[in-house]
Write a protein that binds this ligand. Structure first.
Ligand code: NAD
Length: 431
């Protein structure tokens, strides 16, 4: 379907030598995209590493009176275009390396959306399910104190991620503000609206996936109201994307959760299916033919939107994919090797750093509302998000058309890298 072909021959071979860690993938994608851009090699070298990684120990008193010490990280990748921005995870698999890789993705995501932010990511190595609410609050407050010198509304602005939520952000804002001696809502985004959070923030990543799907269908001359869509994952991203696409007239024929998928070739009654938040893992209890997640990925649909987990489309299942277009709702749902096969098969992949960037874009709106002390209506948030997505889409489409060898992912990276490169050149090297 895509007129562009696969890989420039100056990049890594598709047969992988590095494992698919977030950092390895982020570096490989950077080197691949740099081959398309006239960029100073020193800038590429700088972008391969974070500007700082903060590792802290976070001791807390457990409810039984014992003291436990956890490890936390904050990787700050690049701030040439503005303060660092990115999520904080509470998860047992958090590592220094993963934090760095994810912080790099945030740099590209902010740059492709032209937001005045750079990338960051971090978290604590902990399973939040093992903690009471009081313990989680103490952990969050102490972590905030450990990071207080390196976060702030003008330096690094965390947001929710796996295992953290609006309440976690409210605790961070409070802990930070109490120590700074003034209320600083702009230190985090993803807060409850009552303390400066933005309307529309929760739905934003799914909304941007729906907008990217609409733009992609339009580019390939497929009317939205004639399109069939399969969505893997019915959580915050997948359910919001599916509901909007259904509203806009598409036939969402399959959705899934961790237990499996439901399928109806005539279109599912999407509004009737509870989201992960409304009733966890309830998809397979709804009307429709039961199929597996693997079968969902192989449906013959116009659009496949993997919105659940990373590495969903791999070397093992990629040849079974029959969708005409893939729109990445999850972060990193396509492995590097699978991506190359899809490019060779001319199946366009609209990349995560563009498709799910609605989250960080509305986080930017939230930050603007916080520093201006003026909140926006939901209508304004959604209309501004639509405008920013269309602007970013146009820039990526332009790069895609100008580089006949580029995939859509390459094109998004080209847009991001060109902006980063120009900013580095303009600012020069200090001192
Ligand atoms: P969520 O927890 O709200 O929902 C996840 C959904 O995926 C659930 O329906 C769950 O049952 C399903 N799922 C879990 N494991 C699965 C598996 N192995 N196979 C099939 N389905 C499975 O999560 P979310 O916030 O929607 O995030 C989904 C993805 O989108 C993640 O990769 C996340 O990093 C990414 N993302 C989230 C946001 C955000 O702000 N929520 C923003 C950008 C990207």
């Amino acid at each position: 379907m895509s007129s562009n072909t696969s890989s420039p021959n100056t990049v890594d071979s598709p047969t992988q030598t590095e494992p698919d860690s977030a950092l390895a993938v982020a570096r490989r994608q950077l080197r691949r995209a740099a081959a398309f851009v006239d960029i100073d090699p020193n800038t590429v070298e700088r972008l391969e590493d974070p500007s700082a990684v903060h590792e802290v120990t976070v001791p807390i008193e457990r409810d039984d009176g014992t003291v436990e010490t956890y490890t936390g990280y904050r990787a700050q990748h690049n701030s040439v275009r503005g303060p660092h921005k990115g999520g904080l995870r509470f998860h047992p698999d958090v590592t220094r390396e993963e934090s760095i890789g994810l912080s790099m993705w945030m740099t590209w995501k902010c740059a492709v959306m032209d937001l005045p932010f750079g990338g960051a990511k971090g978290g604590i190595v902990v399973d939040p399910k093992d903690l009471s609410t009081d313990e989680k609050e103490r952990l969050t407050r102490r972590f905030t104190e450990e990071l207080r010198d390196v976060i702030g509304p003008n330096t690094d602005i965390p947001a929710p991620d796996m295992g953290t939520d609006a309440q976690t952000m409210a605790w961070i804002m409070d802990a930070y503000s109490m120590q700074e001696g003034e209320t600083q809502p702009g230190v985090v985004t993803g807060k409850p609206p009552v303390i400066g959070g933005s309307y529309g923030r929760d739905e934003a990543p799914g909304r941007s996936v729906a907008i990217a799907t609409r733009q992609a269908l339009d580019y390939y001359d497929k009317p939205l109201d004639e399109a069939t869509v399969a969505v893997q994952g019915f959580g915050s991203v997948g359910a919001n994307a599916a509901r909007l696409l259904d509203d806009w007239g598409a036939d969402v024929v399959a959705v899934s959760d961790v237990n499996g998928a439901i399928y109806d070739p005539d279109g599912l009654d999407i509004e009737a299916i509870p989201t992960h938040e409304e009733e966890p893992e309830a998809v397979t209890k709804q009307d429709g033919e039961l199929i597996t997640n693997d079968e969902l990925l192989e449906l013959d649909v116009d659009v496949l939107a993997p919105c659940a987990i990373g590495n969903a489309i791999t070397e093992e299942n990629v040849n079974g994919i029959r969708a005409d277009i893939i729109v990445e709702g999850a972060n990193g749902p396509t492995t590097f090797a699978a991506d190359t096969v899809l490019a060779d098969r001319d199946i366009p992949v609209i990349p995560d750093i563009l498709a799910n960037a609605g989250g960080v874009t509305v986080s930017y709106f939230e930050w603007l509302q916080d520093i201006n002390r003026r909140s926006w209506s939901l209508e304004k948030v959604n209309s501004e998000l639509n405008a920013e997505m269309e602007k970013a889409w146009a820039a990526v489409e332009d790069a895609y058309e100008h580089h006949p060898d580029a995939t859509w992912r390459d094109a998004a990276y080209v847009v991001a890298l060109e902006r980063l490169s120009k900013a580095h050149d303009a600012r020069g090297l200090w001192p």
